[in-house]
Write a protein that binds this ligand. Structure first.
Ligand code: FE2
Length: 192
């Protein structure tokens, strides 16, 4: 008889493609914002990361947040988390050759990213496992499964929304095109 199997401590990545965002409006707003907001450097190498955006600054982003609150509610319920609230949200404009080194989002329960304007050649997001299994899993592994994988790559593409645990380490590949990759990133945490 086969043994009972249980999947402990999974690193869930939720993904979907949404069509409710006026990407053109967000884009116009982001380039305007960039003129007055010097931005900040956290995990980004090159590119511009805005300071936190407040509700009421950009109507298209407000509508996105309303949608996102619902998505996050569903994600949280699915895995038994209590109700979460938006902690912060920012916009990234990543030109040629910019990338983000490996990092996680301290203090965040669920984090994520939405692509306002992107294609895979502009830098996919890569999640890495964090349990040192890469030193234990045989190199001649025959089947790539959730169990044997050490990295998961999700495509940068317009409309894609990815949500993941704040502790899950990730990096963003370089932008190999001459066009900007534009994304929104966010953190949700315990209700205060
Ligand atoms: Fe990140």
């Amino acid at each position: 008889m086969a043994m009972h199997t249980e999947l402990w401590f999974p690193s869930v990545v939720w993904s979907s493609v949404i069509h409710i965002v006026d990407n053109e409006e967000v884009k116009r707003w982001a380039y305007e914002k960039q003129k007055t907001d010097k931005g900040r450097t956290i995990s980004n190498f090159g590119g511009w990361q805005s300071n936190d955006i407040k509700q009421g600054e950009c109507p298209a982003i407000d509508r996105f947040i309303a949608h996102l609150n619902n998505e996050i509610k569903t994600c949280a319920q699915q895995v038994g988390l209590p109700e979460l609230e938006l902690y912060n949200l920012w916009v990234n404009i990543n030109p040629t050759a910019s990338y983000n080194h490996l990092h996680n989002h301290i203090d965040s329960v669920l984090s994520g990213t939405y692509y306002v304007d992107a294609k895979p050649e502009q830098g996919n997001i890569q999640f890495e496992r964090n349990d040192n299994a890469e030193y234990h899993i045989p190199v001649n592994v025959t089947q790539e499964t959730y169990y044997t994988s050490t990295r998961a790559t999700y495509a940068a593409k317009t409309g894609a929304l990815y949500v993941f645990p704040g502790w899950l380490k990730h990096s963003v590949q370089g932008n190999y095109t001459d066009q900007d990759r534009i994304s929104i990133a966010f953190n949700y945490g315990e209700k205060r």
